[in-house]
Ligand binder design. Structure first.
Ligand code: AMO
Length: 443
């Protein structure tokens, strides 16, 4: 083992700039070994790309030749040498090695192919995520997800939002009582939080004015679909002195910013995935709930009435209709019936049957929900009780409404659904490192 630094360069830095350097050291995984007798090509892969290492056997000493013989696919290596132009190498440059350190030899056979040449089932890939991530297409998804979360943070911070972190172990439900994961908290029953909803509202009473959170939400739904997880990542905001229209504007502008940033900063990754991004054009269509059900009723056998939830089929019909009319994949549905929205959503004073809530939709699925919130203590208490919930359990929340709660609004958007619809992936699990679903609890 040499004493050289384990790495001085990423493979993508093996370019004209590196030619001037006396020696470079790359480190990564052996992607491919092509031994042609007198000459041996080793392709080393790291997070940023690939580089070719060329061994001309008559020019190398015994030590190097011994190390080279130990090179097997997916072993971890650190290679030091000089850089030379070579038109046939991945970036047009190759490394002529002086030292090859095999840092850790990979076992064989490999649990799955890493070259991308052989397709693997999603389950196989998820079981061996550590190796699936070595495939360029998989890695590209998570680099893009990083760009998405970074763009969200940048956008919200620049718009005056303070990042917050609220508890995930809680005593009460927010989004309906049926989909909670109970846990044991010392000698009491507790739950994994479904949404930061109640806490982000309490922060409005605290005067934080505008907050956001990117964090896990837990839903014990039995759904086993391509767009549901039992642990998802929600991007949530809450903003004081705003109504639902104000926060819809923030949401659509954020989505546009995120798309633009990904388009600008993740060109290579989008190419790797064969995705061409179209940045949505704002303002997005604001379709009334009543108009949405009229579209469904006039173009299918479904006969929806006021107060019905929109199922997957209806969402698709509406999505296609909007896309044909506007050319846009994103739109809002507004003016929902108060009866099907949660207790915290405010209704119009003159039309109590309609709530000041909205969903942002993608052509293929719901992306986000939001609303102006009830900020009057007594109305909120009534609303909780009218939904059949015990208001005593909400005492910690209701107290915040008694001593100066400003009017406020907010939304939550599923990070996975945002990435999934952006990349056109078929299954939400593709954009989660270690998905938690009905069947999957490990890895
Ligand atoms: P809602 O329950 O609609 O609203 O959730 C907001 C968004 O979170 C994502 N999401 C999910 N993604 C994957 N799997 C799931 N099981 C799942 N559940 C939710 C969706 C959804 O649109 N408190 C409100 C938000 C608010 O009003 O501020 C809420 O949680 O993309």
């Amino acid at each position: 083992m040499s004493l050289a630094k384990l790495r001085t360069h990423y493979t993508k830095q093996i370019n004209p700039d590196a030619i001037g350097e006396d020696k470079v050291t790359i480190a990564g995984w052996v992607h491919e070994v092509r031994d042609l007798g007198g000459i041996c090509f080793v392709v080393v892969r790291d997070r940023e790309g690939r580089a070719q290492v060329t061994l001309v056997k008559k020019n190398i000493d015994r030590e190097l030749s011994n190390s080279a013989r130990k090179l097997v696919r997916e072993s971890v290596v650190s290679i030091t040498g000089s850089v030379k132009p070579e038109s046939k190498a991945p970036n047009g440059y190759e490394i002529i090695p002086d030292v090859i350190d095999v840092l850790n030899e990979a076992g064989s056979p490999l649990p799955m192919d890493t070259t991308g040449k052989v397709d693997a089932e999603l389950d196989t890939r998820l079981d061996s995520r550590f190796i699936d991530l070595r495939r360029p297409g998989t890695l590209a998804v998570f680099k893009i997800r990083h760009e998405v979360q970074k763009a969200v943070r940048d956008f919200l911070t620049d718009n005056g939002f303070i990042e917050s972190s609220t508890p995930k172990v809680v005593a009460t439900a927010t989004e309906g009582g049926t989909s909670l994961f109970p846990i044991t908290y010392f000698d009491r029953e507790a739950f994994l939080n479904q949404s930061p909803q109640l806490f982000k509202q309490i922060l409005m009473a605290g005067g934080l004015d505008r907050v956001f959170e990117i964090g896990p939400i837990f839903r014990a739904e039995e759904h086993d679909t391509r767009r549901h997880l039992n642990e998802a990542t929600s991007i949530d905001i809450e903003a004081s002195f705003t109504d639902h229209f104000d926060v819809m504007e923030i949401l659509e502008n954020m989505v546009v910013f995120v798309y633009s940033q990904v388009k600008e900063n993740a060109t290579q990754m989008l190419d790797d995935l064969g995705v061409e991004l179209t940045v949505p054009k704002t303002p997005l269509l604001r379709l009334k709930y009543q108009e949405a059900i009229d579209i469904v009723n006039s173009s299918s056998d479904e006969k929806l009435k006021w107060g019905d939830d929109l199922g997957t089929v209806s969402e698709h019909i509406i999505g296609e209709h909007v896309f044909n009319e506007t050319g846009e994949s994103h739109y809002f549905i507004i003016d929902w019936p108060s009866e099907i929205k949660p207790f915290y959503a405010m209704s119009y004073e003159d039309r109590p049957e309609i709530s000041k809530s909205f969903d942002m939709m993608h052509r293929t699925m719901e992306l986000s929900s939001g609303a102006q919130r009830v900020h009057d203590h007594d109305t909120l208490k009534d609303r909780i009780e009218s939904k059949g919930l015990d208001s005593d359990g909400f005492d910690f929340y209701l107290r915040a409404f008694k001593y100066g709660m400003p009017p406020h609004s907010g939304w939550g958007i599923g990070c996975e659904r945002l990435v999934m619809t952006m990349l056109g992936t078929d299954n939400i699990r593709d954009v989660v490192l270690f998905p938690r679903d009905r069947k999957r609890l490990s890895p």
